[in-house]
Design a protein around this ligand. Sequence first.
Ligand code: NAD
Ligand code: ISE
Length: 336
Amino acid sequence: MEMLQVGVIGTGAIGRSHIERLNRHVTGARVVAVSDINRKAAQEIAETYHAKCYAEGEDLIRDPEVQAVIVCSWDPTHEKYVLEAIRQGKFVFCEKPLAETVEACKHIVDAEIAGGKQLVQVGFMRRFDRDYLRMKQALDSGSFGAPLMVHCVHRNATSNDQYETKVNVTGTAIHEIDAMRWLLGEDIVSARIVQPRVSRHVANGNKDPQIIMLQTKSGVIIDVETFLHCRYGYDVQCEVVGEEGTIRLPDPPQLSVRRGGKCSFDILEDWRDRFIDAYNAEFQSWVDHTRMGIVAGPSAWDGYASIAVAEACLRSRETGKDEPVSIGETPAFYQK
Ligand code: NAD
Ligand code: ISE
């Protein structure tokens, strides 16, 4: 089978790392075109990988040589590029979040359904992480009984200048929101934010850390601590409490060192290192399934459902109450 010819929009941090993985770690695809509003950055990448460089993402999508598109630009630009890819009938992998609002995600879902073919996959790579997969397998085996509670932690050492309060939900907890829907196999019906004391390391009146409380249809309670200025490293934790026992995500394997009367191990600094194998698996799966003409990973519907929960969290910050989440039944179009 011929190589899948891919165009990448957004050559920043994750765009570069996906281009690198497609060229070095994933088989069956090559990057033939790139685009970024930062022309210089895109040009450099284009030269390194012998790819074409487009000033406009839409022109990249319309290039007949580009068979599938990867969107790694800033969140507010995702909707227009995904819609254009759907219009052109091309498979599109969009980094999370699918779009910034429920309304924008609905545009994408409606366009995809109207086109009659599933084309969109969202970058929820935790579904491809070995340890999350093992947790899911353990839960699905039934030997832990029904899940009752889940405790999640998502911490970053520090944030960039664009940081604002809502990022804890739309850019960060969005991973847990999707992972919980997938892990537990059910939708989230209500959401709330609980605001602890704010760290002195947070600027401009923003609020960090935050605790997000979610409830699923069957009554499972999920708490997600997001702390984006925790100072010490990148730390993702998850523990499911079931009727018969608990399952906990392990810390990433690091050397355990005994020295000077202490036993210690390093904590990763960056999200890129923590999920590197998951990203590779995610893209190998996307390339393989795209070449087969199907979407097998998280869908546009999953992107929409996760933003519906995120919006309920943001509403709850205003109202101070539990906010209902109305996702609706999954359309037959998206049922696997
Ligand atoms: P970044 O700022 O490093 O890179 C984004 C790039 O997009 C920049 O080079 C910018 O110039 C470019 N860009 C912005 N608007 C554009 C437009 N209209 N057309 C073309 N290019 C445009 O950010 P990043 O960390 O690489 O994040 C990019 C996206 O990936 C975000 O949506 C983010 O949420 C997502 N992300 C996902 C993960 C994950 O773990 N799945 C991790 C990091 C980032
Ligand atoms: C980043 O945007 C991501 O998506 C990473 O997966 C996440 O863990 C990190 O906190 C975000 O900054």
